[in-house]
Design a protein around this ligand. Structure first.
Ligand code: 5AD
Ligand code: SF4
Length: 437
């Protein structure tokens, strides 16, 4: 028996969906009488909301658990949540006996009850994917960030051969229209100016013949909601209706994260991506026609089994052809249980390192070029938080660029900013009146 925890800390790793889930778990624990531990303060309960997408991320979960042991040898109650919890279940407790509770992403509504069980000496594990929705158990939103995440869809039916998501997050499920709209209103009423719609396959959202584009148009009707974004999309679900929404819905921001993974059709086939380089480029061309200023972003995997120098060169060429405003690249990481993990011709680590570096450099060049091209423009920036220096604030342009600006504006304000200089990852701006002075 331990005493019931009074304070908690939720630490989220991995994708934005984990960040969203982490916020909701914190609200749920709060509604059950616990309070968030202050910064630097020991928490009675620590929830590690983990990621399983690559081996490094998964290993991090265990080293983080180990680090929770206090100097006097005691430890907080530890709940392992997220995708490592889902993938490893009770095995995780065998590997790390410090873990008290194991709760998968579809069982978060049971967290308070499972913590109570652990207090009584139990070691509860729940990795079920029940038909009832965890969302129904979460309390109403009370305080929203200027830019807030809103999960509208979970899971994936695409089964790319490298990916754990279909196993950790299950089959594609769309949240009900009414629930999403209600949550968007709650977010706006409590401070959000922007919502970022989340899903592992967000653009596959559908309900009774209504699709993702219909949902966006509905959310755009909400007064006070100024910006709508979404992530992550699959190229196969980029419908003409969604592309048209980009042309017609002003609140839909000119930014699209559309992972491609490789520039080689041979590798795309081995990855079981249901698109080719050509169909991907055709989608981007339509998108650019609909919204000429759209900023494009993507994900890449280097060193997928069988990737030759020629395949990799095709990836570099694709990066040049698209001219990404930003992109993320990763070394292939074999994940247990996925088809690619047992494919022949796994690529040597040093080859992957070298390719990743070349790809980074290429992406960086385009990112910097994109940012520089916006210098001299005056644009609207949503202020999100304080910067490092007094009077400095940090916000984002419509193209998701991070901007540092000196202003009296507060988080949630949308202000006009002149962009004056740019690096690969952020820009500096000034309020135009100051620029004129
Ligand atoms: N190895 C490396 N990167 C991966 N991703 C997904 N699975 C793996 C893996 N096994 C990358 C993809 C995906 C992003 C979220 O993570 O690029 O789009
Ligand atoms: Fe990581 Fe994927 Fe789980 Fe997000 S859904 S936490 S990226 S494994």
């Amino acid at each position: 028996m331990t005493s019931a925890p009074k304070t908690f800390r939720v630490k989220s790793f991995g994708c934005q969906m984990n960040v969203y889930d982490g916020e909701r778990m914190a609200e749920l624990l709060g509604a059950n009488g616990m309070s968030a531990a202050g910064e630097g303060e020991d928490a009675d309960l620590v929830v590690l909301n983990t990621c399983h997408i690559r081996e490094k991320a998964a290993e991090k979960a265990y080293s983080d658990v180990g680090r929770l042991r206090r100097e006097d040898g005691s430890k907080p109650l530890i709940a392992l949540a997220g995708c490592v919890a889902q993938a490893e279940g009770a095995e995780a407790q065998k590997r790390s006996p410090m873990i008290d509770v194991i709760v998968g992403p579809q069982a978060y509504h049971r967290l308070p009850e499972m913590v109570a069980q652990a207090v009584r000496g139990g070691r509860p594990v729940d990795t079920d994917m029940p038909a009832i929705s965890k969302f129904d158990a979460f309390p109403k939103r009370k305080r929203a960030n200027p830019s807030s995440f809103l999960t509208i869809q979970e899971g994936c039916d695409k089964f790319c051969t490298y990916c754990v998501v279909p196993y950790t997050r299950g089959a594609e499920v769309s949240r009900p229209w009414g629930d999403i709209v209600a949550e968007a209103y709650e977010l706006v009423e409590t401070g959000a100016r922007e919502v970022v719609l989340l899903g592992q396959n967000v653009n596959a959202w559908s309900e009774d013949g209504r699709g993702f584009a219909d949902l966006i148009r509905e959310l755009a009707q909400i007064d006070g909601l100024e910006r709508i974004r979404y992530t992550t999309s699959h190229p196969a679900d980029m419908t003409d209706a969604l592309i048209a929404a980009h042309a017609e819905v002003g609140k839909l921001m000119p930014y699209l994260h559309l992972p491609v993974q490789s520039g080689s059709n041979r590798i795309l086939k081995a990855m079981n991506r249901s698109h080719t380089v050509e169909t991907y480029l055709a989608t981007l061309a339509k998108m650019r026609e609909a919204r000429p200023d759209i900023a494009l972003s993507g994900d890449f995997i280097v060193g997928f089994p069988g990737e030759t120098e020629e395949d990799f060169t095709a990836t570099l060429n694709l990066v040049d052809e698209v001219g990404y405003a930003s992109a993320y690249s990763f070394k292939y990481s074999p994940r247990p249980g996925t088809p690619a993990a047992t494919m022949e011709d796994q690529i040597a680590p040093e080859v992957m390192d070298e390719r990743l570096q070349r790809l980074h450099e290429r992406i960086n060049t385009h990112q910097t070029a994109f940012n520089r091209a916006t210098v001299g423009k005056e644009t609207e920036v949503l202020i999100e938080r304080k910067g490092r220096y007094p009077g400095q604030m940090i916000g984002r342009t419509p193209w998701l660029q991070s901007v540092h600006v000196e202003t009296d504006a507060v988080p949630g304000d949308i202000v006009s900013v002149s962009l004056v200089s740019a690096g690969p990852n952020s820009l500096a701006g000034v309020i135009p009146a100051k620029a004129a002075a």
